[in-house]
Ligand binder design. Structure first.
Ligand SMILES: [Zn+2]
Length: 271
């Protein structure tokens, strides 16, 4: 799914490629995704210009002139890309006055494409309950250690994935981060030593750096605005690698359920 790195690519690409463009025509095929009817959605958006893009956790924020913003949560299977012509069957399409089209599709129930006043973004459901963003400069090693200590009774994998605690990480990145840090996903936070907490924190940065160098992960739906796929999923060391050989020790990767999600790890390398 699009996690923080993928949504961050989209944020950057919207800023670089769409800033200043005027919206000419809008179609909202699936009104249940939004907080308004197709008519209202279209009335508000038409004639507005894109002024920039931001992100909080996995939520993409596209700012418009006139004090409005579009909030998008792609969930597991959503995507957003540019087309020369708007496809007929896509959930949301936004055609700009220069002819190019921004299409948003594949979003399952629970994801959203909402239009809200820019001033109230952080009071919106889906945003207000999010914890500290994993790319926020305030998310320091000390802050992370504090978070782990506060959640002593939870398993570390569940803490990494809990958007109310840390916003941006999902299942795939959490598996890769814990492998890199050599910590089992089912470890209770209270059992983690200071050096293990620091190793996990440092691994977050390393895994992000590697993912960026591959253009993010496109295991499911993510594509860049120009339609290009990321390749990081082809380099996953443990995530979705059940029964394959561990790239470090040659042992078998196993999977266990934590917080309802499959957690992949090497029982030999991760303690
Ligand atoms: Zn191993």
């Amino acid at each position: 799914m699009p996690e923080v790195i993928e949504v961050d690519f989209l944020r950057e690409e919207v800023s670089n490629l769409l800033k200043g463009k005027e919206i000419c025509e809008v179609s909202l095929k699936k009104a249940s995704l939004s907080n308004m009817s197709e008519v209202n959605f279209s009335d508000i958006l038409k004639g507005k210009h894109i002024t920039g893009a931001r992100r909080k956790g996995k939520v993409l924020i596209i700012d418009l002139s006139g004090g409005f913003s579009i909030l998008i949560h792609f969930l597991l299977t959503g995507f957003m890309r540019i087309y020369k012509e708007c496809p007929n069957d896509i959930q949301v399409s936004i055609r700009f006055c220069d002819g190019i089209c921004l299409g948003i599709g594949g979003i399952m129930m629970g994801g959203f494409v909402k239009v809200v006043p820019s001033e109230s973004i952080f009071a919106e459901e889906g945003v207000k309950e999010l914890g500290i963003d994993v790319l926020d400069p305030c998310f320091t090693a000390e802050k992370f250690a504090q978070i782990v200590r506060l959640n002593r009774n939870k398993r570390i994998k569940a803490v990494l994935m809990d958007q109310h605690i840390i916003a941006g990480l999902g299942n795939a990145y959490s598996d890769e981060i814990l492998f890199q840090a050599r910590v089992r996903p089912d470890r209770k936070c209270s059992t983690l030593r200071d050096e293990e907490i620091l190793a996990i924190y440092k691994s977050i940065g390393k895994v992000f750096e590697e993912s960026r160098s591959y253009g993010g992960e496109s295991e499911l739906s993510f594509v860049h605005l120009d339609g290009r796929r990321g390749e990081f999923h082809e380099h996953f060391k443990v995530h979705k690698q059940e029964n394959k050989d561990c790239p470090e020790c040659g042992g078998k990767i196993v999977v266990m359920k934590i917080g309802g999600r499959g957690s992949y790890f090497c029982p030999n390398c991760q303690k």
